[in-house]
Design a protein around this ligand. Structure first.
Ligand code: GLC
Length: 558
Protein backbone atom coordinates (compact mmCIF):
# COMPACT_ATOMS: atom_id res chain seq x y z
CA UNK A 1 0.00 0.00 0.00
CA UNK A 2 2.92 2.34 0.64
CA UNK A 3 4.84 1.51 -2.48
CA UNK A 4 2.69 3.21 -5.09
CA UNK A 5 4.42 5.59 -7.48
CA UNK A 6 5.15 9.15 -6.64
CA UNK A 7 2.21 11.50 -6.88
CA UNK A 8 4.13 14.61 -7.66
CA UNK A 9 7.50 16.15 -7.33
CA UNK A 10 8.39 19.72 -6.55
CA UNK A 11 11.78 21.26 -7.15
CA UNK A 12 13.09 24.67 -6.29
CA UNK A 13 15.10 26.55 -8.87
CA UNK A 14 17.93 28.80 -7.87
CA UNK A 15 19.72 31.56 -9.69
CA UNK A 16 22.91 31.43 -7.66
CA UNK A 17 25.91 30.87 -9.94
CA UNK A 18 27.47 27.44 -9.51
CA UNK A 19 30.76 28.86 -8.23
CA UNK A 20 29.14 30.69 -5.32
CA UNK A 21 27.85 28.81 -2.27
CA UNK A 22 24.13 28.99 -1.61
CA UNK A 23 23.19 31.85 0.70
CA UNK A 24 23.13 30.58 4.29
CA UNK A 25 19.50 31.54 4.90
CA UNK A 26 18.04 29.26 2.23
CA UNK A 27 17.89 26.26 4.52
CA UNK A 28 18.88 27.79 7.85
CA UNK A 29 17.20 26.97 11.13
CA UNK A 30 16.97 30.14 13.19
CA UNK A 31 16.23 30.24 16.90
CA UNK A 32 13.92 33.05 17.98
CA UNK A 33 15.12 34.76 21.15
CA UNK A 34 12.36 36.71 22.87
CA UNK A 35 14.86 38.82 24.78
CA UNK A 36 12.58 39.76 27.73
CA UNK A 37 12.07 36.10 28.54
CA UNK A 38 15.36 34.43 27.67
CA UNK A 39 17.81 35.09 30.51
CA UNK A 40 18.04 37.96 33.00
CA UNK A 41 21.64 38.87 33.83
CA UNK A 42 20.88 41.93 35.97
CA UNK A 43 18.29 40.51 38.36
CA UNK A 44 15.50 42.94 37.47
CA UNK A 45 13.16 40.14 36.36
CA UNK A 46 13.47 40.98 32.64
CA UNK A 47 15.76 39.21 30.19
CA UNK A 48 18.51 41.26 28.53
CA UNK A 49 21.25 41.19 25.92
CA UNK A 50 23.94 40.13 28.40
CA UNK A 51 21.65 37.20 29.29
CA UNK A 52 21.43 36.28 25.61
CA UNK A 53 25.23 36.22 25.49
CA UNK A 54 25.30 33.82 28.43
CA UNK A 55 22.79 31.56 26.69
CA UNK A 56 24.48 31.52 23.30
CA UNK A 57 26.50 28.32 23.88
CA UNK A 58 23.23 26.58 24.78
CA UNK A 59 21.69 27.76 21.52
CA UNK A 60 24.78 26.73 19.58
CA UNK A 61 24.73 23.31 21.16
CA UNK A 62 21.19 22.82 19.95
CA UNK A 63 22.58 23.03 16.43
CA UNK A 64 20.76 26.00 14.89
CA UNK A 65 22.34 28.36 12.38
CA UNK A 66 21.42 31.68 13.90
CA UNK A 67 19.28 33.72 16.23
CA UNK A 68 16.53 36.26 15.70
CA UNK A 69 16.34 38.83 18.49
CA UNK A 70 12.96 40.38 19.31
CA UNK A 71 13.06 44.22 19.57
CA UNK A 72 15.51 45.61 22.14
CA UNK A 73 15.23 49.29 21.15
CA UNK A 74 14.31 52.12 23.53
CA UNK A 75 10.59 51.77 24.04
CA UNK A 76 7.89 52.48 26.61
CA UNK A 77 7.14 48.73 26.22
CA UNK A 78 3.43 49.12 25.57
CA UNK A 79 3.76 46.23 23.15
CA UNK A 80 7.01 44.87 24.60
CA UNK A 81 9.29 46.72 22.25
CA UNK A 82 7.14 46.64 19.11
CA UNK A 83 6.62 50.32 19.98
CA UNK A 84 10.02 51.77 19.11
CA UNK A 85 11.05 55.22 20.33
CA UNK A 86 14.56 55.16 18.81
CA UNK A 87 15.54 52.75 16.03
CA UNK A 88 19.29 53.16 16.48
CA UNK A 89 19.84 52.46 20.17
CA UNK A 90 19.31 49.83 22.88
CA UNK A 91 16.80 50.22 25.72
CA UNK A 92 18.69 50.41 29.04
CA UNK A 93 16.32 47.65 30.18
CA UNK A 94 18.17 45.33 27.80
CA UNK A 95 21.70 46.77 27.81
CA UNK A 96 23.48 49.19 25.52
CA UNK A 97 25.11 49.32 22.12
CA UNK A 98 28.41 47.97 23.47
CA UNK A 99 26.62 44.95 24.86
CA UNK A 100 24.91 44.50 21.51
CA UNK A 101 28.28 44.62 19.74
CA UNK A 102 29.66 42.03 22.13
CA UNK A 103 26.65 39.82 21.51
CA UNK A 104 27.13 39.98 17.74
CA UNK A 105 30.84 39.21 18.14
CA UNK A 106 30.13 36.23 20.45
CA UNK A 107 27.47 34.87 18.15
CA UNK A 108 29.74 35.12 15.14
CA UNK A 109 32.55 33.43 17.02
CA UNK A 110 30.15 30.55 17.68
CA UNK A 111 29.16 30.44 14.02
CA UNK A 112 25.68 31.85 14.64
CA UNK A 113 24.08 34.47 12.40
CA UNK A 114 22.29 37.38 14.05
CA UNK A 115 18.94 38.57 12.72
CA UNK A 116 17.28 41.55 14.40
CA UNK A 117 13.67 42.68 14.42
CA UNK A 118 12.79 45.90 12.64
CA UNK A 119 9.41 47.58 13.02
CA UNK A 120 8.66 49.88 10.08
CA UNK A 121 4.84 49.93 10.10
CA UNK A 122 4.55 52.05 13.22
CA UNK A 123 6.71 53.59 15.91
CA UNK A 124 6.06 54.52 19.51
CA UNK A 125 4.01 57.55 20.47
CA UNK A 126 7.15 58.46 22.45
CA UNK A 127 9.21 58.67 19.24
CA UNK A 128 10.50 62.24 18.71
CA UNK A 129 8.71 62.44 15.35
CA UNK A 130 5.34 61.82 16.94
CA UNK A 131 6.06 64.17 19.80
CA UNK A 132 7.00 66.85 17.26
CA UNK A 133 3.82 66.17 15.30
CA UNK A 134 1.72 66.57 18.45
CA UNK A 135 3.47 69.73 19.58
CA UNK A 136 3.45 71.38 16.17
CA UNK A 137 -0.28 71.32 15.51
CA UNK A 138 -2.21 70.45 12.33
CA UNK A 139 0.00 72.49 9.99
CA UNK A 140 3.28 71.03 11.21
CA UNK A 141 5.16 69.05 8.53
CA UNK A 142 5.82 66.32 11.12
CA UNK A 143 2.12 65.42 10.96
CA UNK A 144 2.61 64.07 7.46
CA UNK A 145 5.04 61.46 8.83
CA UNK A 146 1.90 59.85 10.26
CA UNK A 147 -1.74 59.58 9.20
CA UNK A 148 -3.32 62.60 10.84
CA UNK A 149 -6.79 63.55 9.59
CA UNK A 150 -9.71 65.69 10.64
CA UNK A 151 -12.62 63.84 12.17
CA UNK A 152 -16.07 63.51 10.73
CA UNK A 153 -19.23 64.88 12.33
CA UNK A 154 -20.08 68.46 13.15
CA UNK A 155 -17.10 69.03 15.44
CA UNK A 156 -14.82 66.37 14.06
CA UNK A 157 -15.87 64.15 16.93
CA UNK A 158 -16.09 60.99 14.80
CA UNK A 159 -13.04 59.11 13.51
CA UNK A 160 -12.07 59.76 9.88
CA UNK A 161 -13.17 56.26 8.86
CA UNK A 162 -14.57 53.05 10.32
CA UNK A 163 -11.35 51.01 10.51
CA UNK A 164 -10.75 48.85 13.57
CA UNK A 165 -7.41 48.20 15.24
CA UNK A 166 -5.85 44.74 15.27
CA UNK A 167 -5.71 44.79 19.04
CA UNK A 168 -9.30 45.92 19.56
CA UNK A 169 -11.14 49.22 19.41
CA UNK A 170 -11.07 51.87 16.69
CA UNK A 171 -7.91 52.31 14.59
CA UNK A 172 -8.01 56.07 15.26
CA UNK A 173 -7.32 58.17 18.36
CA UNK A 174 -8.03 61.86 18.74
CA UNK A 175 -5.34 64.22 19.98
CA UNK A 176 -5.66 67.27 22.15
CA UNK A 177 -4.09 70.21 20.35
CA UNK A 178 -1.77 72.61 22.15
CA UNK A 179 -4.69 74.94 22.92
CA UNK A 180 -6.21 72.12 24.97
CA UNK A 181 -9.08 71.49 22.52
CA UNK A 182 -9.80 68.09 20.91
CA UNK A 183 -8.18 68.16 17.50
CA UNK A 184 -7.18 65.82 14.67
CA UNK A 185 -7.17 62.02 14.73
CA UNK A 186 -4.23 59.72 13.97
CA UNK A 187 -4.24 56.17 12.64
CA UNK A 188 -2.87 53.16 14.53
CA UNK A 189 -3.60 49.64 13.33
CA UNK A 190 -2.33 48.29 16.66
CA UNK A 191 -2.44 50.23 19.95
CA UNK A 192 -2.82 54.03 20.27
CA UNK A 193 0.78 54.01 21.54
CA UNK A 194 1.86 52.68 18.11
CA UNK A 195 1.02 55.43 15.57
CA UNK A 196 1.24 54.21 11.97
CA UNK A 197 3.97 55.80 9.89
CA UNK A 198 3.01 57.37 6.57
CA UNK A 199 5.26 55.70 4.02
CA UNK A 200 4.04 58.06 1.29
CA UNK A 201 6.21 60.69 2.98
CA UNK A 202 9.70 60.03 1.63
CA UNK A 203 11.37 61.00 4.89
CA UNK A 204 10.09 57.74 6.39
CA UNK A 205 11.73 55.53 3.78
CA UNK A 206 14.96 57.52 3.93
CA UNK A 207 15.09 57.14 7.70
CA UNK A 208 14.63 53.39 7.57
CA UNK A 209 17.38 52.98 5.00
CA UNK A 210 19.62 54.81 7.43
CA UNK A 211 18.44 52.43 10.20
CA UNK A 212 19.25 49.37 8.05
CA UNK A 213 22.74 50.66 7.39
CA UNK A 214 23.27 51.53 11.04
CA UNK A 215 22.72 47.90 12.07
CA UNK A 216 24.39 46.35 9.03
CA UNK A 217 27.46 48.41 9.87
CA UNK A 218 27.36 46.84 13.35
CA UNK A 219 27.51 43.41 11.77
CA UNK A 220 23.97 42.04 11.78
CA UNK A 221 23.23 39.33 9.22
CA UNK A 222 19.64 40.23 8.58
CA UNK A 223 16.30 41.64 9.63
CA UNK A 224 13.00 40.10 10.62
CA UNK A 225 10.51 42.65 9.37
CA UNK A 226 7.48 43.25 11.54
CA UNK A 227 4.09 43.61 9.80
CA UNK A 228 5.75 43.47 6.38
CA UNK A 229 2.40 43.45 4.53
CA UNK A 230 1.50 46.74 6.23
CA UNK A 231 3.20 50.14 5.74
CA UNK A 232 0.84 51.52 3.06
CA UNK A 233 -2.87 52.27 3.34
CA UNK A 234 -5.35 53.03 0.59
CA UNK A 235 -4.45 56.66 -0.28
CA UNK A 236 -8.00 57.94 0.28
CA UNK A 237 -8.43 56.11 3.61
CA UNK A 238 -12.00 55.17 2.63
CA UNK A 239 -14.46 53.38 4.90
CA UNK A 240 -14.07 49.64 4.93
CA UNK A 241 -17.15 47.94 3.44
CA UNK A 242 -16.68 45.20 5.99
CA UNK A 243 -15.25 46.64 9.21
CA UNK A 244 -14.04 44.13 11.74
CA UNK A 245 -16.16 43.55 14.81
CA UNK A 246 -15.37 45.49 17.96
CA UNK A 247 -13.08 42.81 19.19
CA UNK A 248 -9.56 41.79 18.42
CA UNK A 249 -9.44 40.36 14.93
CA UNK A 250 -6.76 38.56 12.99
CA UNK A 251 -4.37 39.94 10.41
CA UNK A 252 -5.47 40.96 6.93
CA UNK A 253 -9.10 41.64 7.71
CA UNK A 254 -9.03 45.08 6.14
CA UNK A 255 -7.71 44.95 2.59
CA UNK A 256 -7.65 48.77 2.49
CA UNK A 257 -5.04 48.85 5.23
CA UNK A 258 -2.87 45.88 4.25
CA UNK A 259 -1.12 44.41 1.25
CA UNK A 260 -1.09 47.58 -0.87
CA UNK A 261 0.97 47.42 -4.09
CA UNK A 262 3.35 50.25 -3.06
CA UNK A 263 4.88 48.16 -0.27
CA UNK A 264 6.80 46.08 -2.80
CA UNK A 265 8.94 49.06 -3.81
CA UNK A 266 10.12 49.35 -0.23
CA UNK A 267 11.26 45.73 -0.18
CA UNK A 268 13.05 46.26 -3.50
CA UNK A 269 14.96 49.18 -2.02
CA UNK A 270 15.81 47.24 1.15
CA UNK A 271 16.98 44.28 -0.93
CA UNK A 272 19.24 46.62 -2.88
CA UNK A 273 20.75 47.88 0.40
CA UNK A 274 21.46 44.28 1.47
CA UNK A 275 22.98 43.49 -1.89
CA UNK A 276 25.19 46.53 -1.70
CA UNK A 277 26.69 45.12 1.51
CA UNK A 278 27.02 41.65 -0.01
CA UNK A 279 28.81 43.08 -3.02
CA UNK A 280 31.25 44.71 -0.62
CA UNK A 281 32.13 41.72 1.58
CA UNK A 282 30.59 38.64 -0.04
CA UNK A 283 28.39 37.91 3.00
CA UNK A 284 24.72 37.21 2.37
CA UNK A 285 22.20 39.28 4.33
CA UNK A 286 18.60 38.25 5.01
CA UNK A 287 15.27 40.05 4.95
CA UNK A 288 12.59 37.77 6.39
CA UNK A 289 9.13 39.26 6.54
CA UNK A 290 6.16 38.73 8.79
CA UNK A 291 3.80 38.71 5.83
CA UNK A 292 0.27 37.98 7.02
CA UNK A 293 -1.76 37.66 3.84
CA UNK A 294 -4.56 35.25 3.02
CA UNK A 295 -2.87 32.73 0.71
CA UNK A 296 0.51 31.27 -0.17
CA UNK A 297 0.10 32.83 -3.62
CA UNK A 298 -0.34 36.29 -2.03
CA UNK A 299 2.77 35.68 0.02
CA UNK A 300 4.75 34.64 -3.03
CA UNK A 301 4.55 38.22 -4.34
CA UNK A 302 6.69 39.35 -1.38
CA UNK A 303 9.55 36.94 -2.06
CA UNK A 304 10.10 37.64 -5.72
CA UNK A 305 13.81 37.61 -6.57
CA UNK A 306 14.31 41.35 -5.99
CA UNK A 307 12.16 41.68 -2.84
CA UNK A 308 12.30 39.97 0.55
CA UNK A 309 14.48 36.89 0.70
CA UNK A 310 11.90 35.01 2.75
CA UNK A 311 8.57 35.33 4.52
CA UNK A 312 7.33 33.26 7.43
CA UNK A 313 4.86 30.71 6.19
CA UNK A 314 2.20 30.82 8.90
CA UNK A 315 -0.24 28.44 7.26
CA UNK A 316 1.64 25.47 8.67
CA UNK A 317 1.33 27.01 12.12
CA UNK A 318 -2.40 27.57 11.73
CA UNK A 319 -3.18 24.16 10.21
CA UNK A 320 -5.12 21.82 12.51
CA UNK A 321 -3.57 18.45 13.33
CA UNK A 322 -4.69 16.57 10.23
CA UNK A 323 -2.77 14.87 7.45
CA UNK A 324 -5.02 16.38 4.78
CA UNK A 325 -4.67 19.95 6.11
CA UNK A 326 -0.91 19.66 6.50
CA UNK A 327 -0.57 18.18 3.04
CA UNK A 328 -2.54 21.03 1.52
CA UNK A 329 -0.51 23.81 3.15
CA UNK A 330 2.78 22.11 2.33
CA UNK A 331 1.77 21.70 -1.31
CA UNK A 332 0.60 25.32 -1.52
CA UNK A 333 3.84 26.59 -0.04
CA UNK A 334 6.11 24.51 -2.23
CA UNK A 335 4.18 25.39 -5.36
CA UNK A 336 3.70 29.11 -4.76
CA UNK A 337 6.63 30.17 -2.62
CA UNK A 338 9.44 27.85 -3.60
CA UNK A 339 8.30 28.51 -7.19
CA UNK A 340 9.55 32.12 -6.88
CA UNK A 341 13.13 30.99 -6.29
CA UNK A 342 12.90 31.69 -2.56
CA UNK A 343 12.66 28.91 -0.01
CA UNK A 344 9.72 28.26 2.26
CA UNK A 345 10.26 29.50 5.82
CA UNK A 346 8.44 27.03 8.04
CA UNK A 347 7.28 27.98 11.49
CA UNK A 348 5.26 26.20 14.17
CA UNK A 349 5.67 28.59 17.11
CA UNK A 350 6.44 32.21 17.86
CA UNK A 351 5.87 34.88 20.49
CA UNK A 352 2.34 35.63 19.21
CA UNK A 353 0.88 32.12 19.13
CA UNK A 354 -0.27 29.42 21.50
CA UNK A 355 2.56 26.90 21.78
CA UNK A 356 2.26 23.66 19.77
CA UNK A 357 2.18 21.37 22.80
CA UNK A 358 -1.05 23.07 23.89
CA UNK A 359 -2.43 23.75 20.42
CA UNK A 360 -2.27 20.12 19.33
CA UNK A 361 -3.64 18.78 22.57
CA UNK A 362 -6.95 17.79 21.00
CA UNK A 363 -10.45 17.99 22.46
CA UNK A 364 -9.85 15.18 24.89
CA UNK A 365 -6.36 16.41 25.79
CA UNK A 366 -3.19 14.46 26.33
CA UNK A 367 -1.86 14.37 22.75
CA UNK A 368 -0.13 17.74 22.66
CA UNK A 369 3.43 16.78 23.50
CA UNK A 370 3.43 13.69 21.28
CA UNK A 371 2.06 15.61 18.32
CA UNK A 372 4.34 18.60 18.88
CA UNK A 373 7.34 16.24 18.71
CA UNK A 374 6.02 14.72 15.49
CA UNK A 375 5.34 18.17 14.00
CA UNK A 376 8.92 19.21 14.80
CA UNK A 377 10.37 16.27 12.87
CA UNK A 378 8.02 16.99 9.99
CA UNK A 379 9.05 20.66 9.89
CA UNK A 380 12.76 19.84 10.01
CA UNK A 381 12.34 17.39 7.13
CA UNK A 382 10.64 19.88 4.79
CA UNK A 383 12.58 21.68 2.06
CA UNK A 384 13.58 25.20 3.05
CA UNK A 385 14.29 27.14 6.23
CA UNK A 386 12.70 26.88 9.67
CA UNK A 387 12.34 28.97 12.82
CA UNK A 388 12.28 27.55 16.34
CA UNK A 389 10.85 29.74 19.11
CA UNK A 390 12.68 29.64 22.45
CA UNK A 391 11.13 27.00 24.70
CA UNK A 392 9.84 25.00 21.72
CA UNK A 393 12.96 22.84 22.06
CA UNK A 394 11.96 22.21 25.70
CA UNK A 395 8.42 21.15 24.81
CA UNK A 396 7.05 24.01 26.89
CA UNK A 397 3.28 24.09 26.97
CA UNK A 398 1.39 27.41 26.94
CA UNK A 399 0.78 28.85 30.40
CA UNK A 400 -2.99 29.17 30.32
CA UNK A 401 -3.76 30.17 33.87
CA UNK A 402 -1.84 33.41 34.35
CA UNK A 403 -3.96 35.57 36.64
CA UNK A 404 -5.63 38.56 34.99
CA UNK A 405 -3.56 41.00 37.01
CA UNK A 406 -0.35 39.43 35.68
CA UNK A 407 -1.33 39.79 32.02
CA UNK A 408 0.61 42.45 30.16
CA UNK A 409 -0.49 41.91 26.57
CA UNK A 410 -2.22 45.04 25.22
CA UNK A 411 -4.66 42.74 23.46
CA UNK A 412 -6.05 41.73 26.83
CA UNK A 413 -6.35 45.30 28.04
CA UNK A 414 -7.91 46.57 24.82
CA UNK A 415 -10.39 43.75 24.27
CA UNK A 416 -11.08 42.73 27.85
CA UNK A 417 -10.88 39.16 26.59
CA UNK A 418 -8.31 36.44 27.24
CA UNK A 419 -9.06 34.91 23.87
CA UNK A 420 -5.98 35.99 21.96
CA UNK A 421 -3.72 36.83 24.88
CA UNK A 422 -0.05 36.17 24.10
CA UNK A 423 1.52 36.27 27.56
CA UNK A 424 1.14 32.49 27.93
CA UNK A 425 3.83 31.77 25.33
CA UNK A 426 6.15 34.49 26.69
CA UNK A 427 6.68 33.29 30.24
CA UNK A 428 10.43 33.45 31.06
CA UNK A 429 12.38 30.30 30.23
CA UNK A 430 13.15 27.77 32.97
CA UNK A 431 16.86 26.95 33.05
CA UNK A 432 17.45 25.01 36.25
CA UNK A 433 16.21 24.13 39.72
CA UNK A 434 12.85 23.24 41.18
CA UNK A 435 11.19 26.60 41.82
CA UNK A 436 10.73 29.97 40.14
CA UNK A 437 12.81 31.77 38.88
CA UNK A 438 14.30 28.47 37.63
CA UNK A 439 17.65 30.11 36.96
CA UNK A 440 16.07 32.77 34.74
CA UNK A 441 17.14 35.71 36.93
CA UNK A 442 20.66 36.42 38.15
CA UNK A 443 21.55 34.46 41.29
CA UNK A 444 20.67 36.29 44.51
CA UNK A 445 17.95 38.42 42.91
CA UNK A 446 14.74 38.72 44.88
CA UNK A 447 12.79 40.23 42.00
CA UNK A 448 10.20 37.96 40.42
CA UNK A 449 10.32 37.28 36.66
CA UNK A 450 8.14 39.76 34.76
CA UNK A 451 5.55 37.02 34.17
CA UNK A 452 5.01 34.38 36.86
CA UNK A 453 6.40 30.92 36.07
CA UNK A 454 4.20 27.98 37.07
CA UNK A 455 5.59 25.31 39.41
CA UNK A 456 5.37 22.72 36.63
CA UNK A 457 8.08 24.57 34.67
CA UNK A 458 10.37 22.42 36.88
CA UNK A 459 9.71 19.54 34.46
CA UNK A 460 10.93 21.59 31.51
CA UNK A 461 14.19 23.20 32.61
CA UNK A 462 17.07 23.20 30.17
CA UNK A 463 19.18 21.35 32.76
CA UNK A 464 16.67 18.58 32.91
CA UNK A 465 16.18 18.47 29.15
CA UNK A 466 19.92 18.20 28.52
CA UNK A 467 20.32 15.29 30.91
CA UNK A 468 17.33 13.31 29.59
CA UNK A 469 18.08 11.73 26.24
CA UNK A 470 14.36 11.25 25.62
CA UNK A 471 13.62 14.96 25.94
CA UNK A 472 12.29 17.33 23.31
CA UNK A 473 15.69 19.01 23.39
CA UNK A 474 17.50 15.87 22.26
CA UNK A 475 14.93 15.28 19.54
CA UNK A 476 15.47 18.80 18.16
CA UNK A 477 19.22 18.50 18.52
CA UNK A 478 19.32 15.15 16.76
CA UNK A 479 17.04 16.43 13.99
CA UNK A 480 19.21 19.52 13.55
CA UNK A 481 22.38 17.42 13.53
CA UNK A 482 20.98 15.17 10.85
CA UNK A 483 19.98 18.22 8.82
CA UNK A 484 23.64 19.16 8.75
CA UNK A 485 24.80 15.66 7.89
CA UNK A 486 22.23 14.38 5.41
CA UNK A 487 22.57 15.93 1.97
CA UNK A 488 18.91 15.11 1.30
CA UNK A 489 17.68 17.57 3.95
CA UNK A 490 17.52 21.35 3.74
CA UNK A 491 16.93 22.50 0.19
CA UNK A 492 15.94 20.11 -2.56
CA UNK A 493 13.10 18.02 -3.84
CA UNK A 494 10.14 16.48 -2.05
CA UNK A 495 8.11 13.60 -3.48
CA UNK A 496 4.98 12.33 -1.87
CA UNK A 497 4.40 8.62 -1.49
CA UNK A 498 0.92 7.22 -1.36
CA UNK A 499 -0.20 6.69 2.22
CA UNK A 500 -3.35 5.94 4.19
CA UNK A 501 -5.48 9.07 4.68
CA UNK A 502 -4.20 9.82 8.19
CA UNK A 503 -0.52 9.51 7.18
CA UNK A 504 1.86 11.72 5.19
CA UNK A 505 4.92 10.10 3.67
CA UNK A 506 7.47 11.86 1.53
CA UNK A 507 10.90 11.26 0.13
CA UNK A 508 13.66 13.85 0.22
CA UNK A 509 16.42 13.71 -2.35
CA UNK A 510 17.66 10.26 -3.23
CA UNK A 511 16.01 8.30 -0.49
CA UNK A 512 15.48 9.94 2.86
CA UNK A 513 11.92 9.18 3.93
CA UNK A 514 9.81 11.05 6.47
CA UNK A 515 6.44 9.67 7.53
CA UNK A 516 3.99 11.20 9.97
CA UNK A 517 1.03 9.34 11.39
CA UNK A 518 -1.58 11.95 12.33
CA UNK A 519 -4.06 9.27 13.34
CA UNK A 520 -4.81 7.78 16.73
CA UNK A 521 -3.94 4.22 15.69
CA UNK A 522 -0.62 2.71 14.68
CA UNK A 523 0.01 2.01 10.99
CA UNK A 524 2.59 -0.18 9.24
CA UNK A 525 5.85 1.70 8.75
CA UNK A 526 6.37 2.71 5.11
CA UNK A 527 10.02 1.56 5.16
CA UNK A 528 11.49 -1.58 6.72
CA UNK A 529 14.14 -1.24 9.37
CA UNK A 530 14.76 0.94 12.36
CA UNK A 531 14.17 4.64 11.78
CA UNK A 532 17.15 6.94 11.96
CA UNK A 533 15.15 9.23 14.18
CA UNK A 534 11.59 9.07 15.49
CA UNK A 535 9.47 11.33 17.65
CA UNK A 536 8.37 8.32 19.75
CA UNK A 537 9.46 4.70 20.17
CA UNK A 538 8.64 2.69 17.03
CA UNK A 539 8.10 -1.07 17.43
CA UNK A 540 9.57 -2.94 14.42
CA UNK A 541 7.57 -2.30 11.24
CA UNK A 542 5.19 0.11 12.95
CA UNK A 543 4.61 3.84 12.96
CA UNK A 544 2.69 4.57 16.16
CA UNK A 545 -0.16 7.09 16.46
CA UNK A 546 0.80 10.79 16.41
CA UNK A 547 4.38 9.94 15.52
CA UNK A 548 6.90 11.00 12.88
CA UNK A 549 9.99 9.07 11.80
CA UNK A 550 12.90 9.43 9.38
CA UNK A 551 14.61 6.64 7.46
CA UNK A 552 17.52 6.67 5.09
CA UNK A 553 17.75 3.92 2.51
CA UNK A 554 15.37 0.99 2.41
CA UNK A 555 13.03 2.95 0.18
CA UNK A 556 10.40 0.69 -1.35
CA UNK A 557 11.27 0.03 -4.98
CA UNK A 558 8.23 -1.74 -6.36
C1 GLC B 1 3.81 41.65 14.98
C2 GLC B 1 4.56 41.14 16.20
C3 GLC B 1 3.67 41.32 17.41
C4 GLC B 1 3.38 42.80 17.57
C5 GLC B 1 2.74 43.36 16.31
C6 GLC B 1 2.70 44.86 16.32
O1 GLC B 1 2.70 40.89 14.69
O2 GLC B 1 4.93 39.82 16.00
O3 GLC B 1 4.25 40.80 18.57
O4 GLC B 1 2.50 42.98 18.65
O5 GLC B 1 3.48 42.99 15.16
O6 GLC B 1 3.99 45.37 16.16
Amino acid sequence: MFTAPVEDSIRRETDTPADRPQPWWRDAVVYQVYVRSFLDSTGDGVGDLAGVRVGLPYVRRLGVDGIWLSPFYPSPQHDHGYDVADYCAVDPLYGDLHEFDRLVADAHRLGLKVVIDIVPNHCSSAHPWFQEALAGGPADPARSLFHFADGRGEDGELPPNNWRAMFGGPAWSRVRETDGRPGQWYLHLFTPEQPDLNWRDHRVGRHFEHVLRFWLDRGVDGFRIDVAAGLFRHPELPDSPDPAADERTRDSVNPLAWNQPEVHDVWRRWRAVCEEYTARDGLDRLLVGEVSVPTAADQAAYVRPDELHQAFFFHLLSAPWSAGEFRKVIDDALRDIAGTGSTVTWVLNNHDQVRTVTRYDGDTGGFGATRARAAALLMLALPGAAYVYQGEELGLPEVLDLPDDALTDPIFHRTGSRRYVRDGCRVPLPWSGHASPFGFTAPGSTVQPWLPQPAWFAEHTTDRALSDTGSFWHLYREGLNLRRQLPQLGEGSLRWLESPPQVLTFVRGDGMVCAVNFGDDPVPAPVPGIPLLASAGCPPGTLPANTAAWWVGGLPTS
